[in-house]
Design a protein. Structure first.
Lengths: 227, 108
């Protein structure tokens, strides 16, 4: 690697760290609410904390937790969690050409993808700034893990997270990412289309599938643009 | 919850393994090959599609049915503020306060 590329990598990484901070703050509270809910469902403090540490995928954690809280088994919980995660498959495919190295290195780099880092590292021309992606993820990973520990340990004192309105955090987090993506009329149409497809599928498919299916709307956007 | 202590650990390990597998799949299977030119537009448009789907399912759906609640209003207020370029943290605080406030009023 040339010195210039190294410098670019450092600058991107530092910029990512800064960009990641607001998302880390929001993620912290989101993760606190996960820790509280996990304890209420019957997880031990260690179990709630380790989940955040090694799964590090908010929507999947909440989906799996909500299945077991209502009496569901492990297969159902894993299915729900994986369906929520299915969007990472699409994100990983999009990111792949921007990553260097052999299979192991590529797999490791793929682990750093979270919604906000992926969206922020997206240069808008089909390529990704991988160092920006890594940088954005670092504060979020730290805050995510810490949040669950805090929620798990102090959950009893906090009480009912729904009463506290903590379930409003997650959608606002994604809205802020969405608004940053609405650069032109095509992206706005696709966003609207994705929302409609997801809502239409809610009553007829398991949770998670509507979100994955919505990503197919991106294809329609392209067909329309070239037509 | 009907799971035993040991089963919860299996659930956590299983979810971690599946998540890692899903995140690794694209980068590993595709390698460093560049995608065909048309796919660039698809990739660029995937983010708005996925993000808006995440938002609407979080605020307008509950499991497999449509539903609205106090958080729908809270997030709606935050959406207007975000659109007018308020900071993310302020918007989150307002969304939480509005949601909690409405629930307190409804529950009282």
């Amino acid at each position: 690697m040339t010195g210039e590329a190294d410098e670019g990598a450092h600058a991107s990484f530092r910029r990512g760290l800064r960009l990641g901070v607001p998302f880390a703050v929001v993620g912290f509270f989101l993760s606190v609410s996960f820790g509280v809910l996990a304890r209420q469902a019957g997880f031990s403090v260690a179990q709630a904390s380790v989940t955040a540490l090694i799964v590090f995928a908010g929507s999947a954690q909440f989906a799996a937790l909500s299945v077991v809280s209502v009496g569901g088994g492990i297969p159902a919980a894993l299915t729900a969690g994986s369906l929520m995660n299915a969007r990472f498959l699409a994100m990983g495919i999009a990111l792949a050409p921007s990553l260097p190295g052999g299979p192991l290195k590529r797999a490791a780099q793929g682990q750093t993808v979270v919604d906000s880092s992926w969206a922020l590292a997206n240069r808008g021309d089909g390529t990704f700034d991988r160092w920006l992606l890594f940088g954005t993820t670092v504060p979020q990973y730290a805050a995510w893990t810490l949040g669950s520990v805090v929620g798990a340990v102090f959950g009893d004192a906090l009480g009912d997270t729904e009463r506290l309105g903590l379930d409003a955090i997650y959608p606002v987090f994604f809205l802020s990412l969405l608004f940053a993506e609405l650069r032109g009329p095509t992206s706005r149409r696709v966003a609207l289309g994705g929302a409609l497809v997801a809502l239409a599928l809610v009553p007829v498919t398991p949770p998670g599938v509507p979100i994955l299916a919505a990503s197919a709307v991106a294809l329609v956007g392209v067909v329309r643009r070239s037509a | 919850m009907t799971l035993t202590y040991a089963e919860v650990w299996w659930l956590i390990l299983g979810l971690a393994a599946l998540t890692a597998l899903i995140k690794a799949a694209g980068p590993v299977l595709l390698g460093g090959r560049s995608l065909p030119a048309w796919s660039t537009s698809v990739i660029v448009l995937m983010a708005p599609a996925l993000l808006s789907a995440l938002v609407v399912t979080a605020v307008l759906a509950d499991g497999r049915s449509w539903s609205v609640g106090a958080h729908t209003v809270g997030v709606g207020v935050a959406a207007v503020m975000l659109w007018r370029r308020s900071s993310l943290i302020l918007c989150v605080v307002v969304a939480v306060l509005v949601t909690a406030g409405l629930r307190a009023v409804a529950g009282a």
